[in-house]
Design a protein around this ligand. Sequence first.
Ligand code: ADP
Ligand code: MG
Ligand code: MG
Length: 202
Amino acid sequence: MLDADFFRRWLIACAALVDRDAARLTELDSAIGDADHGSNLQRGFTAVAAALEKEPPPTPGAVLTLAGRLLISTVGGASGPLYGTLLRRTGKTLGDAAEVTPARLAEALRAGVTAVAELGGARPGDKTMLDALEPAVEALGSADAPFAAAREAAERGALATVPMRARKGRASYLGERSIGHQDPGAASSALIVGALAEVAAG
Ligand code: ADP
Ligand code: MG
Ligand code: MG
């Protein structure tokens, strides 16, 4: 069973991985965007980690909704509302349970990813974070070793954005010239799913 502390550790691990890879994320965004994805997420997850270290909420749902709210209020840029919505919708779906099963988390994340698709109007293949998130939640719901499988699926999904032409977000302004670069949001989604696998492995 996954309790509030598990979710707190997941988000703190996200902050650490985003810190570690901020320069790489910003470099990816400099090729097909405006060179701020690493700093955007660093600001957001730093605020999340600080809040969770100060006063951890009592349930998984409350941890996720607080984190989502903070991402929306601190990240300037498309990724803030999108990741914020992912975490808020996932948290709301978990309700006020004190502990959740991995299967329940997979279901709630599925609802969160659907909310991201609704908010941004993107589908898999559009070269966005969804290209990593969709296969990750799919793997999380089905595999024997769900967390490790989700991490692998997210990493594969992020790499698969390289040959895609962007149809949503800033990168879409480049048209054909977006081809040949990895989408920064797909890369950060792989980090976030990777953090989940890391924390689940203990
Ligand atoms: P901004 O583009 O406002 O500077 P960021 O650089 O922080 O914001 O985030 C860019 C990432 O957000 C993209 O790489 C992409 O993965 C994601 N993104 C942008 N627009 C959408 C959308 N409509 N749907 C899903 N993801 C999107
Ligand atoms: Mg950007
Ligand atoms: Mg920007």
